[in-house]
Ligand binder design. Sequence first.
Ligand SMILES: [Fe+2]
Ligand SMILES: [Fe+2]
Length: 403
Amino acid sequence: MNRLLFVDTSPQNLAAYSMLFVNNANEWECRFVDSIKTAFDELSYSNFDMVVTDIKMPVLNGVPLLETIAQMYPDIIRVVLIPSLSADYPKHFVKYAHRMLVRPDSYEKLEVSVSRIFHLYKAIMRPQAIRFIDGLETVPSLPKVYGELVAELESPQPSVKKAGALVAADIGMSASILKMVNSAYFGLSEKVTSPEFAVSLLGLDIVQGLVLTAHLFSAFSSAETKLLQLETVVDHCLITGFLAKEIAKHENLPTPVVDALHISGILHDVGQLIFASHSPKLYRQVIDIATKENRPLFEIEQELFGATHSEIGAYLLGQWGLPESVIEFIAYHHTDETPDYINLELSILKAADFYSKKVLPKTEVNAADTSEKIFEKSEFLNSKKEEWGTVCVSAIQKSTMKI
Ligand SMILES: [Fe+2]
Ligand SMILES: [Fe+2]
């Protein structure tokens, strides 16, 4: 039985929450409380697996609820509901929440999200990974421009011009984005010189993914970038996103899923950037061992850091409140087990990851991370190997990539 505690000051929300999970009463046992004091009473009586709280809960003795739960009950999964990514909520919450969840527009969707978050954390996000991020003195925060772009995207009439202006206002960010957009991997036939043009060509949501990559990438000095060959990681991510999008279109998936796969491809290895920015020397060892022994990076990361880049990347993006599906694709991209409901999408990401390694010049960084073994481990993926390989080759030939 999984035990879940909902904390919310709104009687209307609590009444609606109490209707959730009723159909799965043998899997879930839920408690609903409207004050921090009652929450702590509940926590002291019995064990909980997960706490879901509204962002607007008042503080107790000046200390936010989640901070105290994090200290007293560190193993409880902590989820905070926020109104939107563009909302002005206290950013220190991020440090104490495992997951920021944008409040869905229906209680049914909330049930699905809460249940998926629970299973993801139980299956994939091991305590070592969470401790690694929690132990970082400076965890990068969600870039301000990202929230502004989300607000623009959610506005009744999103404007490409306004979105471009938001990116352009951050000079360092727009320079990095233009560099990425103009790299061979986007296959654009014309040189892009303004953020407005980049947004109009690629779409607002893809630019959002690039904003996050550029933000994480900006943590590095040029010496570190060279030492760790980080530009290769970014190139690999861009091409993985491109190929994931092409395979998803070939499979006639709906546009939101195609976009989610495109963004997931762009972000799937950000955990490597986080490891590398935190411990460049140790990460250099990971790369060296992986190259020498021809083993996947995630195996060596596990041995040296106690966590893998898929866990670390998914965990950070979850703290930033990115969509559920993107976080799941990233979390599971090197695991053998796949939840049925994302089998097709995850197979696409894994195949795109594999084929992007095939087309990139062979370098030590990307030599061993994704091997042919992924096809041996999944009958479905194996049945698509040739078909999707052809899709990737033809997408690259049709594009203007000079690889
Ligand atoms: Fe990876
Ligand atoms: Fe990868």
